[in-house]
Every structure is written in structure tokens, then in C-alpha cells.
Design a protein around this ligand. Structure first.
Ligand code: MN
Length: 308
């Protein structure tokens, strides 16, 4: 195991926001379970897919109780989008039908483009202790839905940690902040995925392209989003959906208490969304085709050597 620790880098640019976006609505996630009984909170639910295009789902999980996660996510398929799993604590083994395998652990991420289809498993590689993290689903443009699947393991040491000019840090999983490019860059949807840690009182600014949809999920402490009259408090375990009126050129966030939050933004695809469980296409006919392909074994099987 590589034990190199992530490197903290100094910001090389200032994010200048002259008018902050405001919070359109505060969303409380829905407690649910998925896979083989894994307890989680579905923060971004299906009814927000159009509003938060290109993002399809955000699940948050965090527990010290092994019974909440030990079943993991045995073999299941995906087609038509990308999954980004970001692990704060715990160890999860990933295997997929494209022949990839990886171990996801403390502070690391895995970026998977399901494309034309994968069957994979995501199973805890620990018997007890804390498991905490997030899984985000990012849509693929219609033209790329049947692209060849790929997967990239992003260990914590490859995720830059930016020391912010006004205090705190930002882990740059995708996109860029304060002049520092993140671990992953994606075309078309141009996702920004930051994990920001702020001490109480610190102020954080991030420019955002006017047309991009954006949201903040607070997982520790409490923050205020916006400035002046548009300021809104968002507590832990809440998502603040940022306005998309085009009036703001970014977002300004102040920590009311020591806080940690995800800031996620991306360019909308403005294409039809047809979802059936783990398949996200553009039309019902494509969903029927997907179900037939899966039923008839036209998704690749997990190679034998990748079965533990
Ligand atoms: Mn999966």
C-alpha cells in the first residue's frame, strides 16, 4: 500500500465573485437502502434530475454500524452515465465486467464511465469500523451513452488539497478551484466536484459558469450561502440547490461553525432523461433495448480472475 499522504498546495489564483448565487431550496435527503441492505441517504432524488441536470443522483452514507453496510452492492449493471464514489472513511473493493478492479479507501475516489454497460460489485473490505462517503451519478451526453466503459481509481494522494486564501482547504476531485486543477477533467458536462473544509468564520468563494447547475451538500457543521439579503443558512445533512437565474457569477459561502461540504456543479445536457433503475438513457425504447441486452448477456461478464 502506498502511504504517501496527499500534498497541500497553495492557491495560485483568487476566485472573484461579485454577486453570489442564492439558495433556491434546501433539500433534506430521503433515508433508504440499496444493494444488499446498505443504509444511505438519497440526497439528490429523481425529481431533481431535471433541475440539477447533468446530475442524476447523490447518495450519502455514514455509519459506525457494520450491519448498515456489510452487505455492500453485489453484482449489478449500469448503462448510460458515470458514477463517482468518494470515500471519506472505510475500504470498498470495486470489480467490474470491463476487467477493472480497485480498492477505494480513506479520501480516495473512483470514477467510472459505465457507457455501453458494466456489471460490477462494490463490496466493503472491512468487517467493522466507520464507513462514510458519497456516490454521485453524472449523466452522459446522448452521443456518448454507448461509449466503451472505463474506470479510474483516484487515490487520496492524487486529489489536490488547496490551502484556501481565507482559511480552510478544498479537495479538488474534478474541475478546478483557485488555479488548481482537480484529479479528473471531463468534457461536455465539465463537472466541478469540491470537498471544502472551513473553520468557523472562514469565507469561501467559487466562480461558476452562469449556465451550470450547482448544489452544496453540507456533511458537517453549518454554513451560510450567499451574501446580504440573499444569505441562507444550510445545516448539516442538507443540500442547498443554488439558483440558476444567471444573475450570480459564483457562490460565496461562510462557515457559521466548523464545516465540511461538497460543492458540485456542471453544464446541463438539456436532453431527455429515461431512467429505469441503474440504466439512464434518453428514450423508453433505449431502455427496452438495454433490458434486452442485459437479459441476453450482451453486457460483458466480470472476468473469472476478478472474482475474489
Ligand atoms: Mn454501482
Amino acid at each position: 500500500m502506498d502511504t504517501r499522504t496527499p500534498t497541500t498546495v497553495t492557491a495560485t489564483a483568487i476566485e472573484t465573485v461579485s454577486r453570489s448565487r442564492t439558495v433556491d431550496r434546501v433539500v433534506r435527503g430521503v433515508a433508504t437502502s440499496d444493494g444488499a441492505g446498505v443504509k444511505l441517504t438519497r440526497v439528490l432524488t429523481q425529481n431533481l434530475q431535471r433541475r440539477l441536470d447533468p446530475f442524476l443522483m447523490l447518495d450519502a452514507f455514514g455509519t459506525d454500524n457494520r450491519d448498515d453496510y456489510i452487505g455492500g452492492f453485489p453484482d449489478h449493471p449500469h448503462r448510460g452515465f458515470e458514477t463517482i464514489t468518494y470515500m471519506l472513511a472505510g475500504r470498498m473493493r470495486h470489480r467490474d465486467s470491463a476487467g477493472h478492479e480497485g480498492l477505494l479507501e480513506n479520501g480516495g475516489a473512483q470514477w467510472m464511465v459505465a457507457g455501453s454497460g458494466v456489471v460490477h460489485s462494490e463490496l466493503p473490505e472491512q468487517e467493522d469500523g466507520r464507513m462514510e462517503g458519497f456516490q454521485l451519478w453524472l449523466n452522459l451526453p446522448a452521443a456518448d451513452k454507448m461509449t466503451t466503459p472505463w474506470y479510474r481509481d483516484v487515490p487520496a494522494r492524487d486529489i489536490p488539497i488547496v490551502a484556501l486564501p481565507d482559511g480552510g482547504t478544498a479537495r479538488v476531485i474534478a474541475g478546478a478551484t483557485h488555479g488548481i486543477a482537480g484529479a479528473v477533467t471531463r468534457p461536455v458536462t465539465e463537472p466541478l466536484y469540491l470537498d471544502v473544509h472551513l473553520p468557523a468564520g472562514a469565507r469561501f468563494a467559487q466562480t461558476l459558469p452562469a449556465g451550470h447547475n450547482a448544489f452544496v451538500y453540507v456533511y458537517r457543521g453549518e454554513i451560510a450561502i450567499g451574501e446580504g439579503e440573499g444569505r441562507a443558512v444550510v445545516e448539516a445533512q442538507r443540500m442547498g440547490v443554488l439558483d440558476n437565474t444567471g444573475l450570480g457569477d459564483g457562490v460565496v459561502i461562510t462557515a457559521s461553525a466548523d464545516a465540511r461540504f461538497l460543492l458540485i456543479a456542471g453544464a446541463p445536457l438539456n436532453e431527455p432523461i429515461a431512467q429505469y433503475g441503474p440504466f439512464v438513457m434518453n428514450t423508453q425504447d433505449q431502455i427496452y433495448q438495454t433490458l434486452a441486452d442485459y437479459r441476453d448477456g450482451r453486457f460483458a461478464k466480470i472476468p473469472a480472475e476478478n472474482h475474489g
